[in-house]
Each structure stands twice: as structure tokens, then as C-alpha cells.
Design a protein around this ligand. Structure first.
Ligand code: SF4
Length: 567
């Protein structure tokens, strides 16, 4: 592809009078298929803002790029790139992430588009349109991410505006899906259906997502930000790996004068890539106050996050710098009410009255609604074709209510299925390549994008995970579920530190040149633990035998009742 130097639209003199007239009309909000390009930017009022605090010259390069031109205003440049099918300029690469577009070069010439799907709830008509976009304008594959979200890949520059327009036209978004923004909000994938849950968090997730997507204030964070809401159901939202994780608790009578009812405990500063789980804040919040507190915490981060050093810019460092009490005092300055504190050791919470089961999103489970079940299917390493996605939409409509939920384990659930039809649906899903039977080996594989599409990756994580899945499934019979997480670099998108077995890609001397550092003993939720590294630089060629030996060794030497995460 030829690279053209495309002048910015602000340099009007570079265009002929005719071109200029066309451009002025075009960017004044001419509607294309129901959505205007002004809508695509979403922030016609957005202005570069200068944060309080550091002088301009002390800001990181990324902060200066943001301030020179608001990333949403770079939509004009994106459209110009599309007109000439041109590669983006380096600064545009950073800005386009605000529209969820990631330039894949040097791995491939093209973009990946990450959506945002609050809580991972999608409808069949959205799946169909996404399948059509994927089939017509991308590599043909869709991937489920570890933030119950979708990504599509290899979009040519000329197709970017059309992809963005079509994503919006079916009620989905990609705004703020990358860079210094609040990423997709995650929740328990069967919220509203799970008979075990303490509270249905969907309304809270939707309210917060609307606030975040619509407010320009939240498109200028010092760094990325993750939020998860856990309503206390059978399947965790893995909330303690987030910058903020809110977990529902039930408080009974006679507890330090606290009114009985449902509250949320809040944990702060989790970043598994930095080997840190979120710490309990010692605060409980009523559901109706939860989003006010979230917004206040976001404002604390916007005000105090480090904009002079990207490595120290995550919320975890604000928490470490101010301490949990300091964050509390500062948060209250943004709130019209005082926060209610508990000691972190407080015994007055009743979180879950049962133990979460491993891989419990895979299989057939009763809903709280009479005679309805949800059916969870495994998607090998979270990847599917457009055709498979269309078929999932058909099945969700035929057997369920047309709704599909994505999980942080890169799998999906079809809810609202009459129990009499569950086995038929499971059979159809299996035929489609998505088994609904729990496999202690196969159901717990998670893999990040890997070097087929991600420039940071040291290894082909998805390809290797599929190979290991098949290899181990034939050779090892486990009586307990094991989670195996493949991540291609230290950013740890697949959260290898919390896997029973975690694999971190690295370059090695071998035929493939690709290998892994291996950690064991990670966990989340009730078993939260950062895994410890036991092998370094194991070449892919010997990974199968290494994992097989580890798993067989565990089966032979474990003490009774010992699970892999404690190994
Ligand atoms: Fe890319 Fe690294 Fe994330 Fe994998 S963990 S998708 S290699 S950035």
C-alpha cells in the first residue's frame, strides 16, 4: 500500500475550492446512513483541556498529543485517511484509539476495532450486523475479549468510517474502547438470571456506562481504567482485577448500627499486569449511591493521576500515594454525602452463601425465572467466524429471548431458554463448534490476541493455546477445573498471574523462537492469589510435555482436597 501524506483539514489551503466545499459540507454533519460523522466524533463540544498540576513541558508525549488536538476531533483526519486508504501518522495512531481503532502495523497493515458492550449483553440483531461487518470489511473473525467484549480485525483505512458508522447504527459503541479511557464495564454474565445473586447489577452497569459514554469529562484520564460490578452470583465478575471492583454484600440485623440491606464493598487499585489485586477500601455503599461514588473516584483519578510518567499513571499509584484513607477524604470532596466505613476485617458481610464453581459458566443452569435456564458454551480461545456468529444469533432467537451474554472467560451464555429445549440448544451449539459440556482442561483456556495481530506479543498465544488444549485434553484427565491463561507480553491482557497456570510469552532459542515463562498458583475471588513463576523460557516445542508433566505430577502428589491453585 502506498503511504500518502494527508494534510490535516485545518490546512485548508491544501485543498481545491471544490474539495473544500465538499469537506465543509461533509464535516458539518452530513448524514450517512442515519449517523452523522459529527456523531461519530461524539464530542463536537470537546476541547483539548489542560490539566491542573504539571506544566505542559513536564507532561508525557501522550498527554501533549491529547492536548494539541482532542482525539475525537481527529475523526476528520481518519476520514481523510479513508479517502486515500492511507496509513495513519504516528500521532493519529494514538488518537484513533479513542474511537476504538488500533493500528496493527508492524504486524499487519490494518486496524483492529474494539467495541464496548456494557456488561457483555448483546442482542441477536446486533450479532447479525456485527457478523455482516466482519464478513464484508474485516479478516472474517471476531474475538471475545477478557472484558466481555468483541474485537474485529484487519480493517483497511478506507473502511474505518463505515465500520464505525455501522457499529453505531445497531446500537453498539467503540468510543473510549482504547487508550486513556474507561474500558468496557464488566459484570457477572448471568446478572438478572442467577438464582444465587444478591442483586441484579444490570441497571447500575447501564447507568454508569451511559454516563461514561456520553460525558466528555471521562475521555481524558491519565491512563486506562477498568471497572467491574459483581452482584454476588454464581459466576464472578473477577472484580478484584480492576481499578475499581464493586461487590454486593448483604448486611443483616445488629451490625454496628448499619441499616440491614444490600450494599457494595469497594476494592481499589487492581492491575494484574502489575501483579496487584484491588484492595478492600473498607467502605460500604448503598446501590443507589454506587454510581455517585464511582464518578467521585473517577474525578479523584482525573485530578491526581500522574500525567508525567505513563508507567506510574494507573489508579493503583494514586491509591498507593494517598493511602486508602487519603482516597476516602478526597472522594468525599466530590460527594454530597459521607461514606460509611467498615474495617476491612469486618465480619458483617455475607458475600456468597455457596462456593463458586470453576468453569461454572459452561453448561446448563437454572435461572431464577421459573422453568428457564441459561446455556453456557465454550468458545476456544474466544474466536469465532462471522458465520458462527450469525448462527448464534439464530439460536438465541429460536431458543431464548434473542439475548447473548459474553463472559470474561471469552465464552458466551444464551439465557431465557425453556428447560425442555436446553439439551437441543446445547447439541446445536456443540455442532457449531461451541461445546456446552464442562471440560476440566478445555473450558478454562484464556488467550490474549498474540503475535498474529498484536505488535507487543512474543508468541502466538491463541494458536498455541488451541494446540495445548487438544494436546492436554487427550492425555490428562483432571477431576477439577484448571484455568490456563496465555498472555503474549507483560501487559497481561489474559491475566496470566491469576491463572492456575499462567503463561507469559517470551522469545527463546528454538525452532519457533517462541516460548513461555510459567507461573502457577494464581487465583481470583475467594482464591485470589498472584501466581509464582516456576519455569522461565520454556520453548513452545516442549510446552506440551511440560504442562502434561506438571498436571500429572499434581494429580499424583497433591494432598486430599488440594486444588491446583494451592499447588
Ligand atoms: Fe498484546 Fe500483550 Fe495484550 Fe497480548 S497481553 S494482547 S501481546 S498487549
Amino acid at each position: 500500500m502506498t503511504t500518502l501524506a494527508i494534510p490535516s483539514l485545518s490546512a485548508d489551503k491544501n485543498f481545491s475550492a471544490e474539495q473544500q466545499r465538499y469537506l465543509e459540507g461533509f464535516f458539518a454533519g452530513v448524514t450517512a446512513g442515519g449517523v452523522s460523522f459529527a456523531d461519530l466524533s461524539g464530542t463536537s463540544a470537546a476541547k483539548p483541556t489542560v490539566p491542573e498540576g504539571p506544566a505542559l513541558e513536564d507532561l508525557t508525549k501522550e498527554e501533549r498529543i491529547k492536548r494539541e488536538l482532542h482525539p475525537f476531533d481527529a475523526i476528520e483526519q481518519l476520514v481523510m485517511d479513508a479517502r486515500w486508504n492511507a496509513k495513519p501518522e504516528p500521532e493519529s495512531i494514538f488518537r484513533y484509539k479513542w474511537n476504538g481503532l488500533f493500528w496493527l502495523n508492524p504486524v499487519k497493515d490494518g486496524y483492529m476495532c474494539r467495541l464496548r458492550i456494557p456488561g457483555g449483553v448483546v442482542k441477536s440483531y446486533q450479532l447479525r450486523e456485527l457478523a455482516a461487518i466482519t464478513h464484508e470489511l474485516t479478516s472474517g473473525y471476531i474475538q471475545i475479549t477478557t472484558r466481555n467484549n468483541f474485537q474485529i480485525r484487519l480493517i483497511e483505512p478506507k473502511n474505518c468510517p463505515e465500520v464505525l458508522r455501522r457499529i453505531q447504527s445497531c446500537g453498539l459503541h467503540s468510543k473510549g474502547a482504547g487508550a486513556d479511557n474507561i474500558r468496557n464495564i464488566t459484570m457477572n454474565p448471568c446478572a438478572g438470571y442467577d438464582p444465587h445473586e444478591i442483586i441484579d447489577v444490570r441497571p447500575l452497569v447501564n447507568e454508569l456506562a451511559t454516563l461514561i459514554i456520553a460525558s466528555k469529562e471521562f475521555y481524558d484520564l491519565p491512563r486506562k481504567f477498568n471497572i467491574a460490578y459483581d452482584g454476588g452470583g454464581l459466576i464472578s465478575a473477577v472484580e478484584d482485577t480492576n481499578d475499581i471492583g464493586a461487590s454486593a454484600v448483604k448486611i443483616g440485623e445488629n451490625n454496628d448500627g448499619i441499616e440491614p440491606g444490600v450494599y457494595f464493598r469497594i476494592a481499589l487499585g487492581g492491575v494484574t499486569g502489575h501483579q496487584t489485586f484491588a484492595s478492600d477500601w473498607g467502605v460500604i455503599v448503598k446501590p443507589e449511591q454506587l454510581n455517585d461514588v464511582m464518578v467521585a473516584l473517577l474525578r479523584v483519578f482525573i485530578k491526581h493521576g500522574d500525567r508525567t510518567n505513563r508507567k506510574k499513571a494507573r489508579f493503583k499509584y494514586v491509591v498507593e500515594g494517598m493511602g486508602l484513607n487519603g482516597v476516602l477524604t478526597e472522594t468525599e470532596t466530590f460527594l454530597p454525602f459521607k461514606l460509611t466505613c467498615l474495617s476491612p476485617e469486618s465480619a458483617i458481610q455475607e458475600r456468597r452463601s455457596f462456593t463458586q464453581q470453576g468453569h461454572s459458566h459452561v453448561g446448563i443452569f437454572a435461572q431464577k425465572q421459573e422453568d428457564l435456564v441459561y446455556v453456557g458454551a465454550t468458545v476456544p480461545v474466544g474466536q469465532m467466524t462471522a458465520k458462527q456468529m450469525e448462527r448464534i444469533a439464530d439460536l438465541a432467537e429460536s431458543y431464548g429471548s434473542g439475548e447473548v451474554r459474553l463472559t470474561v472467560w471469552q465464552n458466551f451464555i444464551i439465557p431465557n431458554v425453556k428447560s425442555a429445549y436446553a439439551a437441543t440448544l446445547a447439541k446445536s451449539l456443540r455442532k457449531l463448534g461451541f461445546p456446552c459440556e464442562q471440560s476440566n482442561v478445555k473450558s478454562g483456556f484464556v488467550a490474549c490476541t498474540g503475535n498474529r495481530y498484536c505488535k507487543f506479543a512474543a508468541s502466538d498465544t491463541k494458536g498455541h493455546a488451541i494446540a495445548m488444549m487438544e494436546y492436554l485434553d487427550k492425555r490428562v484427565k483432571l477431576d477439577n477445573p484448571v484455568n490456563i491463561h496465555f498472555t503474549g507480553c507483560a501487559h497481561s491482557c489474559a491475566q496470566h498471574f491469576m491463572g492456575d497456570i499462567g503463561l507469559l510469552g517470551t522469545k527463546v532459542k528454538s525452532d519457533s523462537g517462541e516460548g513461555y515463562h510459567i507461573t502457577v498458583g494464581g487465583g481470583f475471588g475467594e482464591n485470589r492469589k498472584i501466581g509464582r513463576q516456576i519455569f522461565s523460557g520454556v520453548p513452545f516445542e516442549s510446552l506440551g510435555t511440560t504442562l502434561e508433566t506438571m498436571l500429572k505430577g499434581f494429580l499424583k502428589k497433591r494432598s486430599p482436597e488440594e486444588s491446583f491453585h494451592a499447588f
